[in-house]
Design a protein around this ligand. Structure first.
Ligand SMILES: [Zn+2]
Length: 393
């Protein structure tokens, strides 16, 4: 059994210990167990610590049957049981986890006290989220829970942990009931929250720093809330501050007018888009008229007099553009439009409503024609298919 130094002192960041177990894969050492460790293993929603054992990098930490295994990058095969090693945590990472994790205790208790909303699950990682048993959550409710949590921070309440027998926990009124049996570790935020937890916590709520709630959304019948605490919250604030400042400079408005300036820009963009679309359709109308003027009459393959066939191969036109052109052509005259474009050999066949031509059959024949490697060849194949259809009608 590895002695958990992080339970006796969450602030222990350096220690020495003896290697009690070694794991190898293909002769190479991958992980070691220690007699005691300050490295917290991934558990209870709190990520594992990282750091060093001597000069070796610890990338992950896991607990299995009471032994804590330290996974090591590029360990020498000489690493063996009985060796004394010096451990050093990546303290910035660990303290960040302590801030987020303790902040989560406070937030969970705040939502429970303010709205009777229990915490269903917690994620602490690159992002932190809280899943709450809550059906409705508006901005005002979010702000009230956030205020309550931050008032607990500013009161700098003591955070303690102690082990008790499970029978004792009933009278203690834990927010989170224990999942294990035997001795239970109870973490208490003085006068505010008690819950069973094996994680690492700061010693007083002031060290959590600001607790900031981020986005909230419906999730599995409840509400998922993002949050950030302490240094993380400050870094996020700094990023957001920079973003707002640069946007205000870009729009040459004061920060309070920024939302209005963006709204006006969006309105202008929508207006321009509408104008552009109208101009595009007008242009396609002119193009259709010109193509129809130039089109040679194919005769009347299905008995419709004055049928025009517009058959053109383009280069580099979007198929949506060709569809719009086909609509303009078939609306302006009794015609069949065969339009294709490269690259990609996209082709379409369209007809005016009164024209008795099976456009789908023409298209099928053209696409199935052997040796049609280009848009121009496809157009030719479609034209031949149309002629055959006219001859058989
Ligand atoms: Zn905890």
């Amino acid at each position: 059994m590895t002695v958990k130094l992080f339970h006796a002192d969450a602030y222990a960041r350096e220690f020495t210990s003896v290697v009690t177990g070694v794991r190898r894969r293909e002769g190479k050492v991958t992980a070691v167990a220690l007699a005691e460790t300050a490295f917290y293993p991934a558990a209870g929603g709190q990520p594992a610590d990282q750091g060093h054992l001597d000069a070796l990098e610890v990338t992950d930490v896991l607990e299995e049957d009471g032994e804590i295994w330290h996974f090591i990058r590029g360990a020498p095969s000489t690493l063996r049981e009985g060796l004394i090693v010096a451990g050093a945590l990546d303290w910035e990472r660990r303290f960040d986890h302590m801030q987020q994790h303790t902040g989560q205790h406070i937030l969970s208790a705040a939502f429970l006290q303010a709205y009777g909303a229990g915490t269903l699950s917690v994620h602490i990682g690159a992002t932190c989220t809280l899943d709450l048993d809550l059906s409705i959550l508006d901005e005002e409710a979010i702000a009230r829970a956030e205020d309550l949590a931050n008032s607990i921070v500013t009161e700098n309440r003591v955070v303690t942990a102690r082990e008790v027998e499970i029978e004792e926990t009933v009278a203690m009124g834990l927010r989170r009931p224990p999942r294990q049996v035997g001795r239970i570790r109870v973490v208490e935020v003085a006068g505010f929250d008690r819950s069973a937890c094996g994680g690492t916590h700061v010693r007083a709520t002031g060290e959590v720093g600001a607790i900031a709630l981020l986005r909230h959304e419906r999730h599995k019948g409840g509400v998922r809330v993002g949050f950030q605490c302490g240094w993380r919250a400050l870094r996020h604030y700094r990023w957001a501050r920079g973003l707002i400042t640069s946007l205000a400079t870009e729009f040459t408005v004061g920060e309070p007018d920024l939302a209005g300036a963006i709204g006006r820009l969006q309105g202008r963009a929508r207006e321009l888009e509408r104008g552009l679309e109208a101009a595009r359709l007008e242009l396609l109308g002119y193009e259709a008229r010109e193509l129809l003027t130039r089109a040679a009459s194919l005769g009347a393959p299905s008995g419709v007099q004055g049928l025009s066939v517009v058959a053109v191969a383009f280069d580099g036109r979007a198929i949506e553009d060709l569809r719009a052109l086909a609509r303009a052509l078939t609306a302006q005259a009794e015609c069949v439009a065969i339009l294709a474009t490269d690259p990609g050999r996209r082709v379409l066949v369209a007809r005016s409503p009164a024209v008795a031509v099976d456009a789908a059959a023409v298209l099928r024949e053209a696409v199935a024609a052997p040796g049609a490697p280009s848009a121009a060849a496809l157009v030719e194949a479609a034209r031949l298919a149309l002629r055959r259809q006219g001859a058989s009608a």
